[in-house]
Design a binder for this molecule. Structure first.
Ligand SMILES: [Zn+2]
Length: 294
């Protein structure tokens, strides 16, 4: 049995805590990069230390540093020829850091291109991009589930789902969309209810929201809970982004992130973590909310 199934069983009786931001922590460590995935090759020790810091803060579910390590994003950074080594390194780093018992997700983010007809990327090309990523990562046998996250377009998410299924039909799949609009829709106008129904119909095991707007995320997650009977996952940013001297910053305190997590758990969320701007201190407070929540 896939360990992802064990995770799903656990969610019926407890809240699991996921780790927080990787990019934010890489910047805090003074690491620069063209693509966050590149750091798996240039600074594997830093990536491992960040995963471990989240584990020490109470995280139980981890995500490989491969959010941008798909061929679409890597091509843009001139790193396409290193895709497989970046993806393989991510899995080894995370398993070495968090151990064999922790849950590890293969993280997949958007390609960076819009699908036709809005953009130039065809659906089949998108499937091929994710197939390359999942073939490499799932071959390691060290992945418990696939996490498709920060998507605004259900069509692109569907391409990633199809690719994961093609590589391993039994793999547990979680999909979280980014609801960038405060009213609870993605940039493409998808609502939480619509997303949850379509993802459930596609056979996804866990649905939810991450990144985006804080209010939008909460509205969407609540809609999802009413629309489908699936475990919910949410990873909110540390507040809404603010521009300070040309730099995007997230100013929510760990305590505020803990309060947000409490609201999410109250709304039915069973996997709760952090997105942009969150640190191990934020995850510590989120873990506290998770322990108090059930
Ligand atoms: Zn984010």
């Amino acid at each position: 049995m896939h360990r992802g199934r064990k995770l799903l069983e656990q969610l019926s009786e407890c809240v699991l805590v996921c780790e927080g931001a990787m990019g934010t922590m890489l910047t805090a460590h003074g690491v620069s990069y063209r693509n966050t995935g590149e750091v798996n090759l240039t600074h594997p020790d830093v990536v491992g230390a960040i995963h471990r810091a989240y584990q020490e803060a109470g995280a139980q579910v981890f995500q490989t540093n491969t959010f941008a390590a798909n061929l679409g994003m890597l091509r843009r950074a001139g790193l396409a020829d290193q895709a497989a080594s970046i993806q393989t390194a991510a899995v080894k780093i995370i398993r070495d850091a968090v151990g064999p018992e922790a849950y590890v997700a293969a993280n997949a983010g958007p390609t960076g291109d819009l699908l036709e007809p809005l953009g130039k990327l065809s659906y089949d090309e998108a499937v091929a991009i994710y197939r390359q990523q999942f073939e490499v990562m799932l071959a390691s046998q060290m992945i418990d589930f696939v996490l498709i996250e920060t998507f605004e377009d259900l069509g692109e998410a569907q391409a990633a789902i199809e690719a994961a299924r093609a590589v391993d039909p039994e793999m547990v799949i979680a999909v979280t969309l980014s609801f960038s609009m405060a009213g609870g829709t993605t940039m493409m106008g998808v609502t939480g209810a619509q997303a949850a129904r379509e993802l459930a119909a596609a056979g996804v095991d866990i649905v939810g929201a991450n990144c985006g707007d804080l209010d939008g995320l909460l509205v969407a997650v609540r809609q999802m809970g009413q629309a489908v009977d699936l475990p919910l996952m949410a990873q909110a940013n540390a507040g809404n982004p603010q521009l300070e001297e040309g730099v995007t910053v997230y100013r929510a305190t760990p305590r505020e992130s803990g309060e947000m997590a409490a609201q999410l758990i109250e709304s039915g969320v069973r996997v709760v973590g952090g997105c942009c701007g969150t640190t191990p201190d934020h995850i510590r407070e989120i873990a506290r909310a998770a322990r108090a929540g059930l």
